[in-house]
Design a protein around this ligand. Sequence first.
Ligand code: ADP
Ligand code: ADP
Length: 223
Amino acid sequence: VPAIETWALTKEYSNGRGCRDVSITVGKGEAFGFLGPNGAGKSTLVKMLVGMITPSSGRAALLGYKIGSLAAKSQIGYLPELYRYQEWMTGEEVVELHARLCRVERSVTAKRVPALLEEVGLGQRGRDRVKHYSKGMQQRLGLACALVNDPEIIFLDEPSSALDPIGRREVRNILEKLKERGKTIFLNSHLLEEVELLCDRMALLNNGVILRHGSVSEVLRKQ
Ligand code: ADP
Ligand code: ADP
C-alpha cells in the first residue's frame, strides 16, 4: 500500500476557503513536496491527513488506514507550522514530554531522547532551556518531537519559513538523512528551492486546487 493516498479530499471552511478535490498518492519512502503560495490550502490538507480537522468530503488513507483513526495517527509525526514550546523547559524535557504524550514506553524513551537530540544536532544543548534556543534550534527540537514515536510518515508544515539560510540547510540535512533511512516525507512549502532540493515528487497547489502533480522535473519543466 502507498504511504499516503487521497481521493477528492475536500475541506471547505464556513467562509468558503480551504482545499478541494485533492487526489494524490505518495509512495513509501518518497519525499513529496506540496508547493504553493501562502493561503493555497497546504496546512488545511496536512491538518486533515494528521486528523486535526475533519474533511468536508472525500477520503484518505495512511498506509492503508483511514485518516483520523488511531492506527493512522500512530504511524505519523507532525511538525506544525507555528509550534509553541514550553520555553521554561529544557530541550530534553520537551522531547520527553512529547514521548509521554505519544505513550512511548519509558525504557524506550530513555534511549531515544538523547539519540534524537543528537540526530537533530542538539546533543550538546539538551540541558539548556528552550528560551535560549535560536529559531533554527527550536525548529530542530520540533523535528525531534515529531520523530519521538518513530513514525513511518513525517508531515512538515513550512519547516523553514522562519529560518535563515543556515537554519534551512540544517533542517534540510536532517530531512535528507530521514529520507535515506526510508522515511516518507510530506513537505509543505512555498519555497520552490526547498522542494527541488529534497523531493522526488510534488504537487503544485493554488487557491485550494492542485494545478500539477508528478515528478519534480515534470512539474517544473511544464511551468
Ligand atoms: P469550520 O468551518 O471548520 O467550522 P470556521 O470557519 O468556523 O471553521 O473557523 C474555525 C476557526 O478558525 C475559528 O476560530 C475561526 O475564527 C478561525 N478562522 C477563521 N478564518 C480563518 C482564517 N482565514 N485563517 C485562520 N483561521 C481562521
Ligand atoms: P497555506 O497553508 O497554504 O498557507 P491554509 O490551508 O492555511 O493555506 O489556508 C487556506 C485558506 O483557508 C486560506 O484562505 C485561509 O485564510 C483559509 N483558512 C485557513 N484556516 C481557516 C479556518 N479555520 N477558517 C476559515 N478559513 C480558514
